[in-house]
Design a protein. Structure first.
Length: 316
C-alpha cells in the first residue's frame, strides 16, 4: 500500500484538475447500474478491489500526466491526482496509469475537435463509446460527498485531442469507411429484418431463412432449377447404300447450380461482455501495478499523509 503526501481532506471543493493520456478503456455514455453494477462490483471484489456500490461512469488512461496550471507551483489538488497514478508491472511501457470511477447520475461531457478546423470544440452527442488509444484529457472536479468529511473527485469532462474514433463491437470500423469517402451523418445502427409475406414456393411452404448469432437473417437459398435434358433426335435410316445411318448422341445434362451459402457475420460483443472484459483488464493493471509518486513516508513535495490504495478514486 502506497503512502501519499496529500490526503483527501486537504482538497478544496470546486477546484479542477486536468490529466492527459491515452484512453485505455471507458464507459462514458451510459451509467453502470442495475444488474451490470452488481456484476461489476462482484468482479471487483474477486479481483481484490473495492466495490463502487452506486451507478457510475469509469475511465482509465495510460501515459497519464497532470497538466499543471503552474508547473513551478503545483496545487494541492494536482499533487493529489499525480500521486495516485500507478505503473503496471505487466505492461510498464504504458507508463503511469490513472483510473477514476465517477459516481452520480450525470454523464461526463465529451468534447471533440470541431469540423471547422479552427481549434474549437463541439460536444459529442453520438452516444458512442470512445475507442481505445485516443489522446484525451480527463477534467476532474473536487467535491464533498454528503455525510463524509473527506473530499472526492468526479469526472466532469473528457476532451478528445484528435479526430474521434469509436469502440466497434463488430462490423466495419467508421475510420475505414471514412478513408474511402463514406461518412455517415449519424452513427449507423443494426436493423432487424422483419418477416416477409411473400408468395408460396414450390409445394406451398415458405422459404426458411438461415439464422445467425446476431439475430439477423439472410435470404433462404433458392432451390436449384433442374436443367432440361434435350431428348436425342431419332436417327434417320436412308435406303441408299452409300449413306450409313448416323446416331445422334443425347446432350450431357447441365450440372445443377449450387445453392448460395449465406455468409456468417462475426458475433458481436454485448455491453455486459464488454464491461466484464474492460474491468478484468483494469484489475490486471491495478493489481499488477505500483503507485507512481512519493516513496513511503515522503511525497515529492514533502510531508507525510494517508496510506491509500493506488488507482482508487472518490465519488463525484
Amino acid at each position: 500500500m502506497a503512502n501519499y503526501s496529500i490526503s483527501a481532506n486537504q482538497l478544496t471543493e470546486g477546484t479542477s484538475v486536468f490529466i492527459r493520456g491515452k484512453l485505455a478503456f471507458a464507459r462514458l455514455t451510459s451509467l453502470i447500474e442495475g444488474a451490470a453494477l452488481a456484476a461489476s462490483d462482484q468482479r471487483k471484489v474477486q479481483n481484490g478491489m473495492s466495490p463502487v456500490g452506486k451507478p457510475h461512469t469509469t475511465a482509465t488512461i495510460t501515459e497519464a500526466e497532470v497538466q499543471f496550471a503552474d508547473p513551478a507551483n503545483p496545487t494541492v489538488e494536482e499533487q493529489f491526482v499525480s500521486e495516485r497514478r500507478y505503473t503496471s508491472k505487466k505492461n510498464p511501457a504504458s507508463g503511469a496509469n490513472y483510473s477514476i470511477d465517477s459516481k452520480g447520475t450525470n454523464l461526463p461531457i465529451i468534447a471533440i475537435p470541431s469540423e471547422k478546423g479552427d481549434g474549437t470544440y463541439d460536444q459529442d452527442t453520438s452516444g458512442q463509446e470512445l475507442a481505445q488509444g485516443l489522446d484525451v484529457t480527463l477534467v476532474l472536479r473536487v467535491y464533498k460527498p454528503k455525510n463524509f468529511a473527506n473530499r472526492g473527485l468526479s469526472l466532469d469532462q473528457v476532451i478528445v485531442h484528435e479526430t474521434p474514433r469509436y469502440y466497434n463491437a463488430g462490423g466495419v470500423a467508421s475510420g475505414e469507411l471514412a478513408a474511402r469517402g463514406i461518412v455517415f451523418n449519424a452513427p449507423p445502427r443494426a436493423v432487424q429484418a422483419q418477416p416477409g409475406s411473400g408468395s408460396a414456393v414450390g409445394n406451398g411452404e415458405e422459404p426458411v431463412a438461415t439464422e445467425v448469432e446476431d439475430g439477423l437473417s439472410f435470404p433462404a437459398p433458392q432451390p436449384a432449377v433442374a436443367a432440361s435434358v434435350a431428348a436425342p433426335a431419332p436417327a434417320q435410316v436412308h435406303t441408299q447404300v452409300a449413306t450409313a445411318p448416323v446416331a445422334v448422341l443425347p446432350e450431357a445434362p447441365a450440372a445443377p447450380v449450387p445453392a448460395p451459402v449465406p455468409a456468417v457475420q462475426p458475433q458481436q460483443e454485448t455491453p455486459e461482455q464488454k464491461l466484464a472484459r474492460l474491468e478484468r483488464e483494469n484489475a490486471e493493471l491495478k493489481n499488477a501495478g505500483s503507485a507512481v509518486g512519493a516513496p513511503a513516508g515522503q511525497g515529492p513535495w514533502g510531508g507525510s499523509g494517508d496510506a491509500q490504495q493506488a488507482g482508487i478514486t472518490y465519488q463525484g
